[in-house]
Design a protein around this ligand. Structure first.
Ligand SMILES: [Zn+2]
Length: 216
């Protein structure tokens, strides 16, 4: 899943309005932020395999450290501890770690059975990605619902809060569409470099735009 993860990050702003959208996005996307680094050092493996599912040309051969349910509980705890000096409260800890674990649940819905429960454990997945219409029918309304919730909770304070946020949302949607129609990536390094750049970019961009919006 792609924009579905961002949908949950946007919606979580309602539960934890004082936490930056950058942190909420980082939590919902933590699995995909860690994944390219594990790929780069060879601890996890991916293969370019056009037609693997209708939605992705990637075969997620092995990603127990970034994408297993057990490790996502652990990463969720790590991120919550890391954030605790800046954002206190049990609810914040629960929302941040919940978002990290939600990544597994959403990927479980969309992926082939390649989502490990724990390193070396059984792999699960319902394969929503086998159908482009079904994926879009679930993910786009999720994203719009998250967007609706976020824009009810925050209002732009200035032009950055309005336009940088708007551009962020449009860019996410454009990437989503481009992902469906673009040719497969040329190589594994291209995959992890693009994922690293995209991950850092969207966390920084969302934190910046969110900082220019007031909670209402
Ligand atoms: Zn993922």
């Amino acid at each position: 899943m792609f924009i579905g993860h961002f949908a949950l990050g946007l919606a979580a702003k309602r539960a934890t309005p004082r936490v930056s959208l950058g942190v909420l996005f980082a939590a919902a996307q933590l699995a995909d932020l860690l994944w390219p680094f594990f790929l780069a050092v060879g601890l996890e493996q991916v293969r370019v395999d056009p037609g693997n599912t209708a939605l992705t040309p990637l075969d997620f051969v092995s990603y127990p450290y970034s994408h297993s349910l057990l490790l996502l509980f652990a990463w969720g705890a790590v991120l919550a501890v890391f954030c605790s000096p800046f954002a206190r409260g049990r609810r914040v800890v629960a929302v941040i770690s919940g978002l990290v674990v939600s990544h597994w649940v959403l990927d479980f819905l969309t992926h082939r059975p390649d989502m490990p429960l724990y390193p070396g454990g059984p792999k699960l997945g319902l394969g929503l990605w086998n159908s482009i219409p079904a994926t879009v029918a679930i993910e786009v309304p999720m994203f719009l619902a998250g967007l609706w919730i976020y824009t009810r909770v925050t209002h732009p304070r200035d032009a950055v809060g309005r336009w940088a946020f708007g551009a962020l949302i449009v860019t996410l949607l454009l990437i989503y569409v481009a992902n469906i129609f673009s040719p497969p990536p040329p190589s594994v390094p291209a995959i992890y470099l693009l994922t690293m750049i995209g991950g850092v970019l969207f966390v920084a961009w969302s934190a910046w735009a969110d900082g220019h919006r007031d909670v209402v």
